[in-house]
Design a binder for this molecule. Structure first.
Ligand SMILES: [Zn+2]
Length: 99
């Protein structure tokens, strides 16, 4: 399983950390010079939902959209898993995304 250490989103370049037991974290550019993103590791639907959620924050998606009673990222993750997407798809990622 490949570990992505940095990725550039609309709001900036983020250092990515993966771990277990985290809820997820995504710095906002106005608050920090070095942007950090923390996501759940693994191949579970919960981990994918966390990664989508934090990535959308880094793309500028507002809290008012993502922090609802039902996080839309949970449903998106379930949909992608049902479509057959897995963590093993990393090998097909473009080179600039695998730095
Ligand atoms: Zn959030």
């Amino acid at each position: 399983m490949k570990h992505v250490r940095k990725h550039t989103f609309r709001l900036g370049t983020y250092r990515i950390s993966e771990g277990e037991g985290w809820v997820g974290l995504c710095d906002q550019p106005d608050d920090y010079f070095t942007l950090r993103m923390e996501v759940l590791t693994g191949r579970s639907v919960k981990a994918l939902a966390c990664q989508i959620h934090e990535a959308l924050h880094a793309e500028g998606c507002p809290d008012s959209f993502l922090h609802q009673d039902k996080d839309p990222c949970d449903n998106i993750a379930r949909f992608l898993m049902r479509m057959g997407w897995t963590r093993d798809c990393d090998s097909a990622a473009p080179k600039e995304e695998s730095k």
